[in-house]
Ligand binder design. Structure first.
Ligand code: AP5
Length: 211
């Protein structure tokens, strides 16, 4: 099964993808996580991507498509989180899967209003060492601002600053929302009310991907 998680920044795609991938034995591919790691390690991809990410713009399609080609497991079984984000990326993914005799089976649209997005992103804290994600109010670490898993001090993502968040939302509306119609036409889009709490969203998600 190949799943795509679609939705605005901060909708909870990454939080749910990690857990579902573990439970269903799927591979979690988050283009955002891969790009942040590349920026941290100052790889050629990271150096090219950084300026776009800092502004909340999309990294060019050709870089993202080449990246997916590199990390795609031969047998599929993937949750794509934050990819595709443009029609060109969606078409490239269709072609890549088709060559292997596979397809996107379901696309889950994480539906949340803008005010919820802003609250989630402003309270998000991440571990710069192991990548764990927390929220100061909705999913706090056991000890204030310290990662439960590895004990590192948590930080705020650079692109979670208010002005960048506003631009990310605008970019989502213009460049990514057209994918809703693209997948609706294929009859594989499922809308999920992602404004509920983390556990409720997870239970609903499990139901919709197994029907
Ligand atoms: P990326 O990292 O993909 O950012 P995003 O799509 O904006 O998604 P986020 O990671 O911000 O949010 P999320 O939906 O995963 O929410 P999370 O689970 O963390 O991309 C970053 C940048 O990389 C882009 O701007 C772009 O530049 C570039 N990029 C990446 N992919 C690209 C592509 N395909 N093409 C071009 N460029 C690309 O949750 C958010 C917070 O809310 C957390 O604190 C969490 O604890 C909390 N939370 C989660 N669920 C709930 C809940 N149900 N109730 C309460 N709180 C919750």
């Amino acid at each position: 099964m190949n799943l795509v998680f679609l939705g605005p920044p901060g909708a909870g795609k990454g939080t749910q993808a990690k857990r579902l991938a573990q439970e269903l034995g799927l591979v979690h591919i988050s283009t955002g996580d891969i790009l942040r790691e590349a920026v941290k390690n100052q790889t050629p991809l990271g150096k090219k991507a950084k300026e776009y990410m800092d502004r909340g713009e999309l990294v060019p399609d050709e870089l993202i498509i080449a990246l997916i080609e590199e990390v795609m497991p031969p047998g599929g079984g993937v949750i794509f989180d934050g990819f595709p984000r443009t029609i060109a990326q969606a078409q490239a993914l269709d072609r890549m899967l088709e060559k292997k005799g596979m397809k996107v089976d379901r696309v889950v649209l994480f539906d949340v209003p803008d005010d919820v997005v802003v609250e989630r992103l402003s309270g998000r804290r991440v571990c710069p060492n192991c990548g764990a994600v927390y929220h100061i109010k909705f999913n706090p670490p056991k000890n204030d601002e310290i990662c439960d898993r590895c004990g590192t001090k948590l930080v705020q993502r650079d692109d979670d600053r208010e002005e960048v968040v506003r631009n990310r939302l605008e970019v989502y509306r213009k460049q990514t929302e057209p994918l809703i119609e693209y997948y609706e036409r294929k009859g594989i889009l499922i809308r999920l009310d992602a404004s509920k709490d983390i556990e409720d969203v997870y239970q609903e998600l499990k139901k919709v991907v197994s029907t």
